[in-house]
Structures are given as C-alpha cells and as structure tokens.
Design a binder for this molecule. Structure first.
Ligand code: C5P
Length: 299
C-alpha cells in the first residue's frame, strides 16, 4: 500500500525579522502565502527507511537522514513506538534551496503520508507540534493557504485571503543557505537597534481584500532578509530589475532567497513577465504560480 501527499511551495509576502535570540533563532512576523507549485511525497511500506527523489533539481536533494522527509518519518515512528520502515519518494517540483520551503514541504508531506499509511491517527495539534520540531517553516507547509507565523515562524494564525494573486518566480543559478542569510542579517545589523518584528496592517488588509494594487504597495521592503540575500548574491538585483522592467507590480526576494518573486496583475500579465524574465538571461528557470494554494493534502 502507498499514500501520496501533495504539498505546496510558499512565498513570504512579508518577512519582518527581529534581533537574534539567545538560542540563535530570530523572532519573526512571517506572512506566508502558499502557491501552486507542488512536491508530491509517496510513502510505501519497505524493509528499512529509504528516500528517493525525482525531478529537475533531484541531484541536489540529500537522500540520507538529514532529509526533512526522513526525519519526519523517524520522529512519528518514535512517538508511536514503531520502526520507520518506509520508502519515501519525493517527486520534486519546488526549487531546492530556493527560499520556497521545498524541504519543509517534503517534511510536512512525509509526516502526513506516514500518519495515513501507519494509521497512527495523530491529532492535527500533534502533527503541527512535530512539524515545529522539524523546522520553522514546516507547520505552514501542512496548513497552506495564508498565515502569519510568529515566534521563530512556527506559531501560526491563519489569514483570510479575498482573492487569487498571480506570481512569477525566478530560480537562481545557485542556492543560498538559510543560516548564512540570517548570519548576514545579523552582521549587517551590528550596532543598530533592531525593532520588534510586526506584521504590516496594510499588507494583511490587502490580502484580506484580494486587492493586488494594495498588496503591491505594501510589499516593497517587506522582506528584512532581502538586503542580506542581495549582499551574499548581488546578481539577484539584476533579476529584480528585469522583472520590474517587464511590468511586475512588486518584486521581492522570497524568504531567505535566492528565488525572486514578482507580483502580476493577472494571469496574462504573469505570462508576459515570465517570458521577459526567461529572455533576460538573469536566472536559471522561471515558473508561474497563483496563491493561496491548499496545504498538504492526501491524494
Ligand atoms: O527552523 P529551520 O531549521 O528551518 O531554520 C534553519 C536556520 O535558519 C536556523 O538554523 C537559523 O540559522 C535560521 N533561522 C533563524 N530564525 C528563524 C528561523 C530560522 O535564525 N526564525
């Protein structure tokens, strides 16, 4: 028997970052929007734990126990006193190391899939609790839609979204490590007072109304990690400029990057922006996706 779970990517429409905490993490006000780019995680009973991956970026995915999908299976198995004898196959469409929560999606997907395969019957709260243990962005991959993440991003409040937003994503020629981007944020902020992270009222209202112009007005400078990502990867400025020139209403680095995100007025405008970005030669691949998208779903 096999179970397949489909899990969305995310873009952070706002990422307000506070000062480093004693545990090294940063308090966040993280406005997540799930978008319709998906990984599919299939679990099948096996003799031991094994992870395989297919897709354009599959070569960059670790197949050992550092993979969040493997860790999810191990944590769930341990909690329920069983062996994690399962083959996890990831059909990967979310860019790897791109700031779109691809690894987190696989963790949430494997957790939900193993829960169904093993009939553990874990409650939603318990699954969310395990997700938070796996990583700051993993609970959102389970929940999907749109949510405000506080704490280190794992404490979620679901948000209303009054419409569909069309995005174009440009994948960069190499990845960026999330810890390295946070370290660069700390370095750039040295000697400065870092304010408490708060969600922007304008941005939350724009999402609630489904108002693309209001969202476009609220997005610039909404990602506190953007200067750090640009500092480590200066060529991203060229991609942002190319998207702006192609008519994007707003441009931003997605999360810790290096994927860049472009807000389009509608699906047609997204097509035009995607075409221009492809032709610009400033990125590796270009994808279109709309949000909000549903969270992890058993197929
Ligand atoms: O929680 P997760 O494992 O996804 O975090 C990866 C890394 O990103 C952490 O080790 C930390 O360096 C950084 N991080 C952070 N503050 C957060 C979330 C992540 O500093 N709120």
């Amino acid at each position: 028997m096999s179970v397949t779970v489909r899990v969305p990517a995310k873009v952070n429409v706002q990422l307000a970052v506070g000062a480093a905490r004693p545990d090294g993490f940063h308090d966040l006000a993280n406005v997540f929007l799930a978008v319709g780019l998906y990984d599919e995680v299939t679990v099948t009973a096996a003799d031991g734990l094994r992870v395989t991956c297919a897709g354009p970026d599959a070569g960059q995915v670790p197949l050992d126990r550092t993979n969040l999908a493997a860790r999810a299976a191990l944590v769930l198995a341990e909690r329920y006193g069983r062996d994690a004898d399962v083959h996890i196959h990831i059909a990967k469409d979310i860019p790897v190391a791109g700031g779109m929560a691809g690894g987190s999606a696989d963790g949430a997907g494997a957790l939900l899939a193993c829960d169904a395969l093993w009939g553990t019957g874990a409650s939603r709260e318990e699954l969310l609790d395990i997700c938070a243990e796996l990583g700051s962005d993993v609970p959102f991959s389970l929940v999907g839609g749109a949510a405000l993440g506080t704490g280190r991003g794992e404490r979620l409040t679901e948000l209303e979204v009054g419409g569909t937003f069309h995005w174009v994503f440009a994948m960069a020629s190499r990845g960026l490590s999330t810890p390295a981007v946070f370290r660069e944020f700390d370095r750039l902020g040295e000697g400065r007072e870092i304010p408490e992270p708060v969600a922007s009222r304008e941005l939350l209202d724009a999402l609630a109304k489904g108002d693309v112009d209001a969202l476009a007005a609220a997005v610039p400078d909404s990602n506190d990690l953007q200067p750090a990502a640009l500092s480590l990867f200066p060529e991203l400025a060229d991609t942002l400029a190319a998207g702006r020139a192609a008519g994007a209403l707003a441009t931003l680095v997605s999360g810790s990057g290096p994927t860049t995100a472009f807000l389009a007025r509608d699906a047609e405008a997204a097509d035009v922006i995607a075409g221009s970005l492809r032709a610009s030669g400033t990125c590796r691949t270009v994808r279109r996706a709309a949000g909000p998208a549903p969270g992890a779903t058993v197929l």
